[in-house]
Design a protein around this ligand. Structure first.
Ligand code: BES
Ligand code: ZN
Length: 888
């Protein structure tokens, strides 16, 4: 999963075309009866349930294996002689069952590897009642972030190996035989036998540490509250910890030795956020401590994980190094911590019943993350990011391969695919819209009621709507159902706006914004719409119901629809309405400028208006406009540049124009930070440097090279631009430069910088060097957790080459991408392609390798490729014409 702002950026670039309606999952999803609850899915027989797990673990990091014993307290609710639970890659040596002080019954083991289950059969049938099931077993320690895994890293004292766990969505079963579904909450006690001198970490603070006769230590952790298996955590290594108190909770950060100082900002942020969340949620954080554990390396699919009391975060997303960290790194550290900490309530305390309602975790944590970051750091202006989040959602939601926010999930692989922009970004956007509709205070009361009512339990989405309606005395369920049980993006068309005296009568109609089904019959939504006459301070709220609305808006200025941008819909203005908004563009609030630009661009690409409308808005933007407005323009310019790929002359003409607009803005910011400047200026400086590099701006590239040559000790490489300057040099490297970059990667001791250097080696525009990066990725040199990221980085600029290479080396690639994530990884490699032939290749990959129910990511990638082809053919001419008309 990538960070939201990145997803938003790509969204602005993305495109599509017509896929036959009947072939899509969206068609089926749309046909599901509204409001219908599917029966709870399970992959286990329901007659037996666990109440407590007592786990004794003996990891052997050097041999990549572990031995363990678990005693599970169970309730047999339906008589049976067989107990089935989840287990993956575990070998059982002894299985016994006792009741009270009875003589243990020995169970016969059978394993179903495909179903990821183990069954234990007993000679005597088990009557209803309480039992204890004791299992002795061994398992494996992997090198990808699933189950119990190891991360190797260089340190000043040599090679080190640390252990961590990653259990979401369905990998607790690789360490503990368990009812590994979110519904089966139980408490856990854990004890671990570990080497002397190492620190063992789990959800709870260690209760005791005993030195064993052989010198090893036995660390015991007290019982957790009732919780889902996917939230359990265990970590072990040469760690250090810093901590502080936030009320009654000890807040800690844990790093590998030597890293503690770089975690100071994360620690301070965690403390601030915890206090704020205790106040917001009404239910105080219930565990005695909350650690955030930083780990070297990376995963292709996540950066951080919300284990209860022991958040896991890869170092690059948590540590700040004054030598290289940027303003945007700092903001990311804060918002990632805010996201994982929001899960301590949305997810850990109250958990979705099944993966169908995953958005109750991810949509809500994403919304809370944005809300709290904006509230606690108003100077960062992050609330303007809401439009980017919404764009990320709409890009995906306007293709036939989309799905409703609440969806049916059957398999482990489908659960893994559910961690997507619909769940996260549409979820967040819909929550923002509904919070705005109900009012912030009433909404908060609803959230508090929901937490109080369902603490330590499981929920479905309707439990949340009930709490909001009860607490707010407002209706929200119908609108919520429209936006979460059916897929797609509403399109609000402003068909006319007429001034009558001191107000304007506005006619609205509701359709659907689809990128690849232009003739689709629009679904119906009840859409909360906010309108405002520019210059008037009085917004009007209405709900467009049954497809149309007629609204009177005070004032006679141009009418802005979706003022404040909290609505999840696109707005299409008739030309007479758009013209005055364009003319008065500079007077709009920055959030509305960004929203109007985003709509203009998306509607332009889809052929619902001219793509030149966006260029008119960008052209009318003064160099003094808000930094994030320029950020939006820079992203779209990069996208247009990419559409022109392969057509050097036309691309060059556009680039010249884009550079002529962006270079002066960059020039005003300068290469060095100005004392006291706003954080958004620092972000824009970094972003423009990267964009000008993408646009092949010779002056910028030459200056970056000059500074890089001048060296890091110099003023030439200010720390906050060090990464960006190195990235420019890497993107435009020649063979000798690439070799030099590789030598510095080899010599680098800091795992965080080393990982980044290998990613940069994969970012070359030159196809020969990109080919060398592909070869390098699959050697042992970059480290196993960097390989898949390097291929994905090459794929960003050379999708066909990276995909062909990955297919040619599929066994090696599969070793480096965990099994449930492959159905997302391979289609991700062609996410920027616009080659017709690639469609057949990715479809062939899917037919050969994917279960029919796991095709969604492939269908989305294909939809994206078709759309980009269509944009290149049908929309670029309007951009050429605009350039000609403007004398460029
Ligand atoms: N619960 C997820 C981590 C996760 C993702 C586990 C996919 C299993 C599969 C976590 O809360 C998360 O969303 N992490 C994000 C960062 C967040 C700030 C958006 C990530 O890792 O990208
Ligand atoms: Zn999350």
């Amino acid at each position: 999963m990538q960070r939201r702002p990145i997803a938003a950026a790509t969204a602005l670039l993305s495109l599509m075309l017509a896929i036959p309606l009947s072939a899509t999952s969206a068609a089926t999803a749309a046909a599901a009866p509204k409001g219908a609850r599917l029966e709870q899915t399970t992959q286990l027989p329901r007659g037996v349930r666990p109440t407590h797990y007592d786990v004794a673990l003996v990891p052997d990091a050097a041999h990549a294996s572990f031995a363990a014993t678990v005693t599970i307290s169970i309730e047999v609710q339906q008589p049976t002689n067989t107990i089935t639970l989840n287990a993956t890659d575990l070998a059982f040596s002894r299985v016994t069952l006792t009741q009270g002080s009875s003589v243990p019954q020995v169970g016969a083991v059978s394993i179903d590897a495909d179903a990821q289950t183990a069954s234990f059969k007993f000679a005597q049938p088990l009557a209803k009642g309480s039992y204890r099931l004791t299992l002795d077993y061994t398992g494996v320690i992997g090198q990808q972030a699933v189950g119990l895994f190891s991360l190797d890293y260089d340190s000043t004292s040599g090679k080190q190996r640390a252990l961590y766990t990653q259990f979401e969505n369905s990998d607790a079963r690789r360490m503990i035989p368990s009812w590994d579904e979110p519904f089966y909450k139980a408490s856990f006690t854990l004890q671990a036998t570990v080497p002397a001198g190492q620190m063992a970490v789990s959800n709870m603070p260690a209760a005791s540490t005993t030195v064993l006769p052989d010198g090893r230590q036995l660390v015991k952790f007290p019982a957790t509250p009732k919780m889902s298996t996917y939230l359990l955590f265990f970590g072990l290594g040469d760690f250090e910890r810093a901590s502080t108190m936030a009320g009654n909770t000890e807040v800690g950060v844990i790093t590998t030795r030597g890293g503690k100082d770089k975690a100071a900002f994360a620690l301070e942020a965690s403390k601030t956020i915890l206090k704020e969340y205790n106040a917001y949620f009404g239910v105080p954080y219930p565990l005695p401590k909350l650690d955030n554990v930083a780990a070297p390396g990376r995963s292709q699919f996540f950066g951080a994980m919300e284990n209860w009391g022991a958040i896991f975060t890869f170092e690059y997303a948590m540590l700040l190094d004054p030598a290289i960290s940027t303003q945007s790194d700092k903001q990311n550290v804060f918002s990632i911590a805010a996201h994982e900490m929001a899960h301590q309530w949305f997810g850990d305390l109250v958990t979705m019943r099944w993966w169908d309602d995953l958005w109750l975790n991810e949509g809500f944590a994403s919304w809370m993350e944005s809300r709290m970051t904006a509230q606690l750091h108003p100077e960062w202006n992050t609330e303007l990011g809401a439009v980017g989040v919404r764009e990320g959602a709409m890009a995906r939601d306007s293709l036939a391969s989309t799905h409703p926010v609440v969806q049916h999930v059957d398999t482990v692989e489908q659960a893994s695919q559910a961690f997507d922009d619909i769940t996260y970004a549409k979820g967040e956007s819909v929550i923002r819209m509904l919070e705005n509709h109900v009012g912030a205070e009433a909404w908060r009361n609803g959230v508090r009621l929901y937490m109080r009512t369902h603490a330590y339990g499981n929920t479905v989405s309707d439990d949340f709507w009930s709490a909001i309606e009860t607490a707010s005395h407002k209706k929200v369920r119908d609108i919520a159902h429209d936006f979460t049980l059916q897929p797609g993006v509403p399109l609000i068309t402003v068909s006319s706006a007429a001034c009558r005296g001191s107000s304007t009568r506005v006619e609205l109609t509701q359709g659907e914004f689809s990128r690849d089904q232009p003739n689709k019959t629009a679904l119906r939504w009840r859409v909360p719409v906010t309108l405002q006459s520019v210059g008037s301070s009085r917004p009007v709220h209405t709900i467009v119901t049954g497809g149309k609305a007629s609204v009177s808006v005070p004032g006679c200025g141009p009418v802005l629809v979706n003022a404040g941008q909290t609505g999840y819909y696109r707005t299409l203005y008739a030309p007479q309405q758009l013209a005055p908004l364009t003319a008065g563009f500079a007077t709009l609030q920055p959030i509305d400028q960004i929203g109007l630009m985003a709509d203009s661009w998306a509607l332009g690409l889809a052929g619902l208006q001219s793509p030149a409308n966006f260029l008119d808005l960008a052209d009318a933007t003064a160099p003094t406009a808000d930094a994030q407005v320029w950020g939006t323009i820079a992203r779209v310019f990069s996208a247009i540049h990419a559409y022109y790929k392969g057509d050097a002359a036309r691309q060059q003409r556009f680039d010249n124009y884009a550079i002529s607009r962006l270079a002066p803005v960059f020039g005003k910011l300068g290469w060095n930070a100005v004392t006291g400047e706003n954080g958004t200026a620092a972000n824009l400086r970094e972003q423009l440097l990267v964009t000008l590099s993408n646009l092949n701006d010779k002056a910028t590239i030459a200056e970056a090279r000059r500074r890089y040559q001048a060296g890091a000790g110099d003023d030439a490489m200010p720390a906050p631009l060090r990464k960006a300057i190195t990235a420019v040099v890497a993107q435009h490297a020649d063979g000798a430069t690439w070799d030099a970059l590789r030598r510095s990667a080899q010599a680098e001791k800091s795992p965080m910088i080393k990982d980044r250097m290998y990613a940069l080696l994969a970012s070359s525009d030159d196809s020969v060097l990109a080919g060398r990066a592909l070869e390098l990725a699959l050697t042992d040199e970059p480290g196993v957790t960097n390989s898949s990221a390097m291929l994905a980085t090459v794929a960003g600029s050379h999708p066909e080459m990276a995909f062909d290479f990955a297919l040619a080396n599929i066994d090696k690639v599969n070793q480096r991408v965990d099994a449930t994530s492959r159905s997302r990884y391979f289609p991700g490699l062609v996410a920027s392609s616009s080659e017709p032939a690639t469609i057949d290749k990715i479809n062939a990959y899917a037919s050969a390798n994917l279960a029919p129910g796991s095709r969604r990511e492939v269908d989305t990638a294909v939809g994206g490729i078709r759309y980009r082809i269509k944009v290149r053919n049908e929309r670029l001419p309007a951009i050429d014409q605009w350039l000609t008309a403007h004398g460029k």
